[in-house]
Design a protein around this ligand. Structure first.
Ligand SMILES: [Zn+2]
Ligand SMILES: [Zn+2]
Length: 269
């Protein structure tokens, strides 16, 4: 299916942008504040148990970096592919920004620091609380497994929080970015713009990972998200991306149905 032949029925960008309510902004501000309190406590806890465990802490930190890329891809895929902006709470709060982003990719570059980072802080709070309160001892001694878990989850939520910022930078022009950011993009330590362009090509059905993008190639080769879409459609009859690009286009690019699949129906019907 060539992209030119797809008739996309995207939603109106202004209507999507207007869905950013003031009450949600208070939720975001509170979330950012709580998130950084938790991160400070996790860093302090990690520091207290770090002596003689440099390698353990460093490898846990790196695994959190990779996990964040996976989470960014999974959440992005969920929000792009299923549900509607009309759903209660998660519609305006979590789904709307993703829909708006496909219609107007530059809109996020005009978002301030609160709108950029509030959502990711909010969804990370419960994991941060686990890291702060989980016991690190087992059988009366510090457990390397528990320390690894705490540091990797703490690192993961930190990179998840940074994800929207990395994503936003990938949509800014080179001359709008500090040299350090351009360098990190060039060496692919954060999401490079050319790499992310693949996702912004209709029908927006691949390269969902937006922290570093390291997992995009392997997940696409494995058919990971296509396989999940086939499974969800088989169980629910929903058509992936119907609310994002319109039902007709979505039906054309949906994974081929299996025999056991029921008639597809629109996400909003
Ligand atoms: Zn997307
Ligand atoms: Zn983007």
């Amino acid at each position: 299916m060539s992209n030119e032949k797809l008739k996309l029925e995207m939603q109106d960008a202004n209507a999507l942008a207007a869905g950013y309510h003031s009450w949600w902004r208070y939720v975001e501000i509170g979330s950012i504040f709580a998130f950084f309190m938790l991160i400070a406590l996790i860093v302090r806890r990690s520091w207290q148990v770090s002596e003689g465990r440099g390698f353990l802490i460093a490898s846990a930190f790196m695994s959190g970096y990779v996990m964040a890329d996976f989470i960014s891809g999974f959440v992005h895929w969920m929000a792009d592919t299923w549900g509607s902006t009309k759903l209660k709470i998660i519609g305006p709060g979590l789904i709307r920004p993703f829909r708006e982003h496909h219609v107007d990719p530059k809109a996020m570059t005009r978002h301030d620091v609160i709108e950029t980072n509030g959502n990711n802080c909010l969804i990370s709070l419960w994991v941060g609380a686990i890291c702060v309160f989980m016991p690190l001892e087992s059988d009366g001694a510090l457990s390397p497994v528990r320390i690894f878990l705490m540091v990797s989850l703490g690192s993961m939520i930190f990179w998840v929080m940074m994800t929207n910022q990395f994503h936003k930078w990938s949509h800014l022009e080179g001359n709008e970015l500090p040299g350090l950011v351009r360098f990190l993009q060039r060496v692919h330590l954060i999401l490079p713009p050319q790499h992310h362009d693949v996702h912004h090509t209709a029908p927006f059905d691949k390269y969902y990972c937006i922290t570093t993008g390291w997992l995009n190639w392997p997940l696409t080769k494995l058919g990971f998200f296509k396989g999940l879409e086939r499974l969800v459609t088989m169980m629910t009859g929903l058509v992936p991306r119907a609310d994002d690009i319109g039902l007709d286009a979505a039906l054309k690019v949906a994974p081929p149905p299996t025999d056991a699949q029921p008639e597809p129906k629109h996400a909003q019907s």
